[in-house]
Design a protein around this ligand. Structure first.
Ligand SMILES: [Zn+2]
Length: 431
C-alpha cells in the first residue's frame, strides 16, 4: 500500500465534486492484484487508519482522477493542425494518405509509442481510440498499451467503400480480422476492443451488417463510430440511405446502437435521435475542439440533457486540435455558451459549471463508456489511475489559482489557463 497527501478531487454518485484541501489518497492491490483506491478523504480523518503505510506529501499539489478521452484517432497524431475546408476535404487530402502508412508495423509502432507518451504527458489514462484499417495498427498500439498497464480500448477501422486505395479494406476479410483482433486483445489485462465502422458512408451494407452481427455476439465489446458531424456528410448519408429516418437510424438498422456504443459528434440530431440514443444506451463523444476547428457545429447540451442521453468529452485528435483535456474542457465551455438560431434550428446557450466539465472528462466519460466504478474517479474501489496537478505551473496560473475562493473558481482557472504544463505526474495502475 502507498498513500499520497495533497488536495484531492473526486466525484459522488450525483456527479458532484468531493474536495479535500488537505486530502489523503491510499492505494493498494485488490483481490485480483490490481492497484485500486483503498481510501480517499480528509487527511486528519484518515491518517491514523493506515499505520505503517508510507505517505508521500505533495504540498501545493492537486490529485485528481486521470482523464478519459472518449474519442481519438491515434494514427492522426501527425494530422493534427492540417488546414482544410471542412471534414470531407480534410479526410481526402490529409487523413487517408496519412493513415495508409500504417500498413507498415514498424511505422505504426513508432507512432503508437509517441501517442501513448503524449496521452500520459497530458494526464489521459484511458482512451477509446480508432486505429486504421490495417490490423497491424491495432497490434502495435495494444502491445505498447499493455506494456504500460493502460486501460485502453481500440479497434481496426472498417471502410470497404468510398475510400482510396491504401486504406480501403475488403468486406469479408475485414470482418474476419475484427473477430481475430477481439480474440487476441479484448479483455487481455486492461485492454478492450471496439468494433469500428469509420462512418456509414465508408461501409457497405454487408460490412455494416457483419459489424452488427459481431456486436451482437460480443455484448461486452465496444462499438465506436461517427455520426451527424457535418451537414455535407448528413446530406450524403441521406442520399445513400433514403429509407432511413435519419443518419443515426442507419446504425440502428444494422444493430450498432447499444450500451458500450460511442458515437463521436452527434451534432445534427433531432429529438427522435436523442431519444433513440437514450433508449439504446448509445452515448455521444462530444468533441468540441474538432467541431470548432472543422466548423461542424455545436453539440446541444441542453437538448441532450432533456432527452436523458449519455455523453462525455473527447479530443478527436487529429480533427481535434489538442491532446490536452484542459483545452477540450475550455472548448466544451465555448460550445455550451454558444446560442445558435437559424435554418429552423435553435440551440440554447448555457454556462457549464467547471466541475461538470471536469466530470464529463473523468467519471462521466468513464460512465458513458460503461467503465463507471472502474476508472475516472478516486472513490474506493476505482483503479489507481490519477494525475498530480501543479496549479502554479505558469506565472499566470500561480497568480490566478492563488486568488480562487472556491473549488469552482480553482477548477475554472485550471481549465481556462491550463495545458500539459499542469500535469506534473500521471500515475497508471499505481505506477
Ligand atoms: Zn473522429
Amino acid at each position: 500500500m502507498k498513500a499520497y497527501r495533497a488536495a484531492l478531487l473526486r466525484f459522488d454518485d450525483a456527479h458532484q465534486p468531493l474536495y479535500d484541501e488537505d486530502g489523503l489518497l491510499v492505494i493498494g492491490p485488490d483481490e485480483r492484484g490490481q492497484q485500486v483506491v483503498r481510501a480517499a478523504g480528509n487527511f486528519n480523518t484518515l491518517k491514523d487508519r493506515y499505520p505503517g503505510v508510507a505517505i508521500e506529501h505533495l504540498p501545493g499539489r492537486l490529485i485528481a482522477p486521470g482523464f478519459a478521452d472518449l474519442h481519438i484517432h491515434y494514427p492522426q497524431t501527425d494530422v493534427i493542425g492540417s488546414p482544410a475546408e471542412g471534414l470531407l476535404p480534410w479526410l481526402e487530402n490529409y487523413t487517408f494518405p496519412h493513415e495508409s502508412r500504417f500498413s507498415d508495423p514498424a511505422y505504426a509502432a513508432e507512432v503508437a509509442t509517441f501517442f501513448l507518451d503524449e496521452l500520459g504527458r497530458n494526464g489521459v489514462t484511458t482512451a477509446l481510440t480508432f486505429a486504421t484499417s490495417h490490423p497491424q495498427s491495432v497490434d502495435a498500439l495494444m502491445g505498447e498499451a499493455r506494456a504500460r498497464g493502460l486501460r485502453l480500448v481500440a479497434g481496426k477501422v472498417l471502410q470497404d467503400r468510398h475510400s482510396p486505395d491504401g486504406v480501403r479494406d475488403q468486406t469479408e476479410q475485414s470482418l474476419r480480422d475484427t473477430e481475430a483482433l477481439i480474440a487476441k486483445w479484448h479483455g487481455v489485462d486492461r485492454l478492450g476492443y471496439a468494433i469500428t465502422p469509420r462512418f456509414a458512408p465508408s461501409c457497405s451494407d454487408a460490412q455494416m451488417r457483419g459489424a452488427g452481427e459481431i456486436a451482437a455476439a460480443h455484448p461486452d465489446v465496444w462499438i465506436q463510430s461517427h455520426v451527424a458531424e457535418n451537414l455535407d456528410e448528413v446530406k450524403w448519408v441521406r442520399e445513400l440511405y433514403p429509407q432511413a429516418r435519419s443518419y443515426l437510424d442507419v446504425y440502428r438498422q444494422f444493430g450498432l446502437l447499444r450500451e458500450r456504443a460511442v458515437y463521436a459528434h452527434c451534432i445534427h440530431f433531432d429529438d427522435h435521435d436523442r431519444a433513440l440514443m437514450r433508449e439504446t444506451g448509445a452515448v455521444a463523444a462530444v468533441s468540441p475542439t474538432s467541431n470548432l476547428f472543422l466548423g461542424s457545429g455545436f453539440f446541444d447540451y441542453a437538448a441532450a440533457d432533456q432527452a436523458g442521453m449519455g455523453y462525455g468529452l473527447a479530443s478527436d485528435v487529429g480533427g481535434g486540435t489538442s491532446f490536452s483535456p484542459f483545452h477540450t474542457m475550455l472548448a466544451a465551455y465555448h460550445v455550451g455558451r454558444a446560442g445558435v438560431t437559424g435554418g429552423g434550428a435553435f440551440k440554447q446557450g448555457l454556462s457549464l459549471k467547471p466541475s461538470q466539465l471536469w466530470w464529463q472528462h473523468t467519471a462521466g466519460a468513464a460512465r458513458a463508456m460503461g467503465l463507471g466504478g472502474v476508472v475516472g474517479n478516486l472513490t474506493p474501489g476505482h483503479e489507481a489511475d490519477f494525475v498530480v496537478i501543479r496549479p502554479d505551473a505558469t506565472p499566470l496560473l500561480a497568480r490566478k489559482t492563488a486568488q480562487a475562493d472556491s473549488l469552482e473558481e480553482l477548477l475554472f482557472a485550471l481549465i481556462v489557463l491550463g495545458d500539459d504544463r499542469l500535469i506534473e505526474r500521471t500515475v497508471v495502475a499505481g505506477r
